[in-house]
Design a protein around this ligand. Structure first.
Ligand SMILES: C[S@@+](CC[C@H](N)C(=O)[O-])C[C@H]1O[C@@H](n2cnc3c(N)ncnc32)[C@H](O)[C@@H]1O
Length: 332
């Protein structure tokens, strides 16, 4: 498969215009307002640094799975939908086309549950290494504890497979794509949605975000060291092409951290995303610092506090790139 059979819509060449009326004086204002069939071994959680981590199978997934994290996942779900103007996916699939859908690494299952509500005639399956899904779910939605890095054993193939924010959870991405390909019906679609774990700016204000720059570099180093790199969102498209998918297309968006953009829609997205980012800083760093890089909890907390203060500084025009990539298994 060549890259010729793919398309990229990349809005990231457009510079987001900052709103000059925003100052750095409103520290914390909207943040505080918004911040408000399983095997027993799965529940043997690991507790450290005041957070709870999963314990199923391999324990090298270093993001927590406690209530704080579940709230963050539900918040970022809404931001994903804000970015897609309310849609759950970008693949060219009508709800009526969907019979069997798989959501790999489903987290709290919020995406799977909403799709099950929207498509009552489709059977939606969610899998995860952590048992953090609710028990009261729509009748056409079911969850299983399963490590996507082991052999996928589904009785029948799917029309649509979706994976969102799985960075840091998979070591061998080509193997993941190969399994996704095999578990799709011919003509079925795969969609991967992911955020980069790297902070950018268009006006060099990133240079003043010294804590943020340190954190993304350290976490990139630590996650690469354990073989599950976090910053891989920019690689999904090529992995998908290499696995044999066709009609591969990608949308890349700049997602602002904070309400600094002039554009009203981006301002609102940035306002909510900053709340999520403030919650995400320890999620995406503490275990990497303490387990992999040998920092003490206190040392890691100093960095977390520094990054959080930068996210609250509206004179810094920071953003992350988000990637939405879809591709089709060739029809027969
Ligand atoms: C950041 S969360 C995203 C959850 C969900 N996809 C969403 O967007 O709301 C990543 C999820 O992937 C799960 N995960 C990580 N590695 C995994 C693996 N190898 N197999 C299955 N699930 C995995 C984690 O337990 C976590 O729930």
């Amino acid at each position: 498969m060549s890259a010729a059979n793919s398309a990229v819509t990349d809005d990231t060449s457009t510079t987001i215009q900052p709103d000059d009326e925003e100052t750095d004086s409103a520290l914390g204002d909207d943040v505080s307002a918004l911040s408000e069939s399983i095997r027993s071994s799965v529940f043997e959680y690991r507790y450290e640094n005041g957070r709870r981590y999963h314990a199923f199978g391999r324990s090298d997934y270093l993001l927590p799975n406690d209530e704080e994290e579940q709230e963050r996942l539900d918040l970022i779900h809404h931001i994903f939908k804000m970015v897609l103007n309310g849609a759950l996916y970008t693949a060219p699939l009508k709800h009526a086309d969907l019979q069997r859908v798989l959501d790999v690494g489903t987290g709290t299952g919020i995406w799977a549950i909403e799709l099950a509500d929207e498509c009552p005639t489709a059977a939606i399956t969610g899998t995860d290494i952590s048992p953090i899904q609710p028990t009261w779910v729509p009748p056409n939605c079911q969850f299983y504890i399963d490590d996507a890095e082991t052999e996928w054993n589904f009785a029948e193939p799917f029309d649509f497979i979706h994976g969102r924010a799985l960075c840091g959870g998979i070591a061998d991405w080509p193997a993941f794509y190969e399994q996704a390909f095999r578990n799709l019906k011919p003509g079925g679609w795969l969609e991967m949605q992911d955020h980069e774990c790297w902070i950018n700016s268009d006006d060099n204000t990133i240079d003043r975000a010294v804590w943020g720059k340190k954190l993304v570099q350290d976490v990139d180093e630590a996650s690469s060291k354990i073989g599950k790199r976090l910053n891989i969102a920019h690689r999904h498209r090529q992995w998908m092409i290499d696995a044999g998918f066709v009609e591969v297309a990608e949308d890349v968006f700049k997602i602002p951290i904070g309400p600094w953009p002039k554009d009203k829609r981006l301002k609102e997205i940035g306002r909510v995303f900053r709340v999520q980012m403030i919650e995400a800083v320890p999620t995406f760093s503490i275990a990497y610092y303490t387990r992999v890089l040998g920092y003490s909890h206190e040392q890691a907390q100093v960095i977390v506090a520094g990054v959080r203060s930068e996210f609250l500084d509206k004179s810094l025009h920071l953003y992350l790139r988000w990637h939405f990539v879809r591709g089709r298994r060739p029809a027969a």
